[in-house]
Design a protein around this ligand. Sequence first.
Ligand code: NAP
Length: 305
Amino acid sequence: MEQIDIVIIGAGTAGLTAAIYACRSGLSCVVLEENMYGGQIVNTGEIENYPGMPGVTGFDFANALHRQAEALGAKIQFSPVSAISKSDPWFYVETPSATWIAKAVIAANGAVHRKLGCEGEERLSGKGVSYCATCDGAFFKGKSVAVVGGGNTAAEDALYLSGICREVHLIHRRDQFRAHQATVRRLLAAPNVTPHYQATVQQITGDKRVEGILLSSPNGEQRLEVQGVFVAIGLSPNNQLFAPLCRLDEGGYFAAGEDCRTTCDGLFAAGDTRAKPLRQLVTAAADGAVAASMAAVYVGERIKS
Ligand code: NAP
């Protein structure tokens, strides 16, 4: 068993930023990551909306963040978390090879975009298939794209893209959108948005890049020529491990406010895993800073060892 001030779960932008802030507060910390460091941003080509760093690639951004956290003293271990429990005031965070005893835990474990699961989606991911219109929309200026989904994200993505792209096909599997009605009205009034109801994407086609999609609907099959496909069918958090410790909202996200405190003392949630209105790089970084600062206050005030 290894004792440490803070265990941070997840080495994406929120987790690595939390590590930077924890180290600079004089606390020891370990970051546990089951995949590669960087999180979702490594799937983005150029980042255009992170303040002060226009044009940086997601890969370079993740590398820089990783180097910065390690240089400040953060340990990063590539291992999944298999269990977490609390015996007041200590947290026990288990991985297959170690148990960490921590004074505080920051969950920065992200959320994953749901996938369509159709042929071509994975192969052309990053080559025209995107899960983030605000990140990648500008690369499709003047082109034809498809947005898949019927919720607020799909509706807002389609509206956003209608201002950039030549035409936007909005593909929804039902005959009614679940997005806010005001957004749907604006969407349907946009001259270059074509809704396709009761339609599902059977295949995304293209050799090196997306060239089109094959749709299936009650009217039969239809091919659309598009250069981009934006999949906006929701996110899935993966927070079941934490459910016995604290409250999750109905979508499975941590019910934690802007101070990143969960309903469990000493457990903080940062980034996409937290219930929040905007899931972006800048809000993930902000959450990491807030969560680590709050954790430092908690460790200083509440834990005497
Ligand atoms: P969502 O509300 O869960 O909607 C997902 C959409 O994708 C639904 O229309 C769903 O169809 C469809 N879908 C799910 N799985 C699919 C599949 N395998 N194939 C095809 N379609 C599929 O997700 P979201 O739009 O990302 O929004 C997430 C949450 O954030 C929501 O609570 C939303 O209101 C909120 N949000 C709010 C705002 C805002 O207030 N401005 C903006 C964005 C997001 P069905 O309709 O048939 O289920």
